[in-house]
Ligand binder design. Sequence first.
Ligand code: NAD
Length: 357
Amino acid sequence: MKTMRLPHDSHSLPPEEVVPFRDAESGASGVIVLHSTALGPAAGGCRFWHYTSDQDAVVDALRLAEGMALKNALADLPFGGGKAVLRSPERPHDRAALFRAFGRVVRELKGRYVTAEDVGTGVADMEVVAGETRHVAGLPPRDGRPGGDPSPWTALGVVQAMRVAVRHRLDAELSDVTVAVQGLGHVGFALCELLHGMGAKLIVAEPRSEVAARAADRFGAMVMSSKALLSARADVFAPCALGGVLDAEAVAQLRARVVCGAANNQLADADLAVRLAERDVLYAPDFLVNAGGIINVAGEHLGWNASEVRRRVMGVGQRMKTTLALAAREGMTPHEAARTIAMDRMAQARRVEAVAA
Ligand code: NAD
């Protein structure tokens, strides 16, 4: 296995290690990025996706791994941050063989990286990985313990952050607002279910028309195209599809006063957090909002019970409050404030490590 070690600097957040891999027999290729191990093993899921080049896969993994480091630190988990991307081969392939090869790469990292599912991967894939390494979570739950699909926990965390954001920016409760949910996958649909139960009105966009129709039927949701959703008459925009949805054009079109959703890396460019604040939109940082899933994954790996996982996921609301308070005090955007809290936590762990060494 070829390993690349890179210098570490707490301000510019370069990754600690980049591990490209290729297995000729199965056709598996991709990269694992260990962004930071300051707080513990680098934890973050494995994405299985079509990338046009190795370079695109590395760039995506670097970005996602940094997000995981911030997310895990902010959620107060004893984990650093990492991410794997496995390239979906163009030619016909044996999916299980790909994930076995990936599992062997994870095993060689000897616990410095813990994987789980992400976009394009599921519980069945992680069971294959578990045949090669024990450094994997997202396996079926056993004996009422945390495990399995983390999406309902992610949705629960999003609701906690959204409640705080809506009170802060709109002086309203979730029962008073209209939420535009983009993407009705694992998290988006569960989020609609929770919001509907709390009395919120819903507008949804989802390319799978039968799923959108189900949301209309079950939640009385209005269905729109994804593009139209940005300028819909909604109080909250909840991105729950893929990342990069908030580019300059989308920010200019956005009508909602609060953005709070599950998608990773919602901002196409970090500077857009400032642009959103200038437009008086409260952007709830994605890596704070969507921590519920990784909290469940951590609980599974560390042997917590379900009520401990729940307590920690409910804590997303308190973290949102703390972040908004720091942002107000220091004149920062919430995005910058959340990043500052996470980076301070990592820097502190590194200082403790340095003193102990
Ligand atoms: P998913 O693949 O189950 O759902 C994504 C949904 O978005 C699909 O239904 C898809 O059809 C839809 N979609 C795709 N393009 C769209 C578009 N242009 N407009 C509207 N809908 C579109 O994924 P998921 O597990 O629900 O995760 C959603 C997002 O949340 C991802 O960005 C993921 O990285 C992030 N996230 C998920 C979790 C989790 O626990 N699953 C945790 C943290 C972050």
